[in-house]
Write a protein that binds this ligand. Structure first.
Ligand code: ATP
Ligand code: MG
Length: 375
């Protein structure tokens, strides 16, 4: 990696476009600082890691942006600049400008060759990201396993249920006594209820019908639906990034997934509270084992009481509910629908702040002109 950078620096007149392309697509955060520790260069992965744009970061002091919770890294940086010796620091905690604590491995490479004065190259690899990838893998595997169980179970339930309903209907036709007919009506009604529950558990049948769609149009559609359901004390705020390109998705399936999440937030805040719908572009984001250059991120944030701790581990399993009258299918269905778009739903929750994030990869073939315009 460092060798690659040195090559790029030494050959800076060769093909600027190609060099930038390489750096822009690295998953590792790269920073270049001068001897006064002023940031001279960052790649997009650093913007994602620190949550600030290069416009805000370039020319500012490293210490103000990548604050170390231990003295080690600071000492190493000074030593490295002084001695020209590279260092690797493992598992150090840093605080981002947004006060997020992350654990990283950091490689320091002094670059005397570059320019007149000493500079230092920092490669920062987020360890939490690796943990997140294995957690996502687990969510996706869990989801696939429970879908297989549901499909098997649905088959076993639906066939005899059809027979039961048919027999009750025949019996109803034979009966003359209205009181006895009431019993057959109950059997038919309950069989229908069970069938629609099983259908809901099975989720959509057939392949999604995907098109290039505007994610904000989908979110606004959901917002209009839930505004009508919300109690007067509930505020629904919008914080959209209008530069998000079109996503290649099934509009109806996305509506269903987002509606389930926003309805949950609505239940959580109950009579009064705030729900925020926020969209952002996420660059170089990995979903499971796949890294996507651009993804659309929709966050549904509420200030309700948070997800009960005993539910968190199994939240995306079907039939897990903490709500009277809940079937516990909403999140499992939403996760399946988002997985059908190669995306994922993640959440963080504490009392007063629950955040469900939906990530949908944006395919380059989806809408070339708008994607190019947004880069
Ligand atoms: N934003 C949230 N804040 C607090 N708890 C939540 C939130 N979202 C989900 N939950 C918890 O997760 C549980 C599971 O949600 P899920 O949507 O799967 O099922 P449900 O809402 O109970 O029923 P339904 O199938 O009707 O959606 C909820 O019952 C609730 O306890
Ligand atoms: Mg729900």
């Amino acid at each position: 990696m460092s060798m690659l950078w040195i090559d790029i620096c030494l050959n800076s007149v060769m093909d600027d476009h190609f060099q930038l392309h390489i750096l822009d697509n690295l998953a590792t955060a790269i920073l270049l600082v001068d001897e006064s520790l002023i940031i001279q260069y960052i790649n997009p992965a650093t913007e994602t890691l620190l949550g600030l744009s290069s416009r805000r970061l370039l020319g500012t002091a490293l210490d103000g942006n990548l604050r170390c919770t231990s003295e080690n890294l600071r000492e190493r940086i000074s030593q490295s600049l002084l001695t020209g010796q590279p260092y690797v620091e493992h598992e150090i905690d840093i605080l981002t400008p947004g006060k997020k604590k992350i654990t990283v491995n950091c490689t320091l490479t002094p670059l005397q060759e570059w320019g007149d004065s000493a500079s230092l190259l920092l490669e920062v690899v987020e360890l939490d990201r690796h943990l997140r990838i294995s957690r996502e893998d687990q969510i996706i595997r869990q989801n696939l396993a429970s879908r297989a169980v549901i499909r098997g179970l649905a088959h076993e339930i639906k066939n005899p249920l059809g027979g039961l309903r048919g027999a009750a209907q025949l019996l109803q036709g034979e009966l003359e006594n209205d009181e006895l007919k009431e019993y057959t009506r109950i059997i038919i009604g309950e069989a229908d209820r069970l069938r629609s529950l099983v259908d809901r558990m099975l989720g959509p049948n057939g392949l999604p019908s995907k098109k290039d769609i505007d994610i904000h149009e989908v979110i606004e559609h959901v917002r209009h639906l839930v505004v009508a359901e919300a109690l007067p004390g509930v505020t629904i705020k919008r914080d959209y990034d209008p530069s998000i390109p079109l996503v290649y998705a099934d509009r109806n399936l996305l509506i269903q997934a987002i509606l389930n999440l926003v309805r949950n937030a609505l239940h959580a805040v109950d009579e009064s509270g705030t729900i925020t719908l926020r969209t952002r572009i996420e660059r170089q984001f990995s979903i499971g084992q796949t890294r996507h250059r651009l993804s659309a991120k929709l966050e549904i944030i509420d200030d309700g009481p948070g997800i009960p701790s005993h539910l968190r581990e199994k939240l995306f399993y079907p039939m897990i509910t903490g709500r009277d009258g809940g079937t516990g299918l909403g999140l499992s269905i939403a996760q399946t629908l988002v997985n059908l778009h190669e995306g994922i739903i993640e959440f963080t929750s504490m009392p007063g702040h629950t955040n469900f994030s939906v990530f949908i990869p944006i395919k380059r073939s989806g809408s070339p002109s708008r994607i190019r315009a947004s880069i």
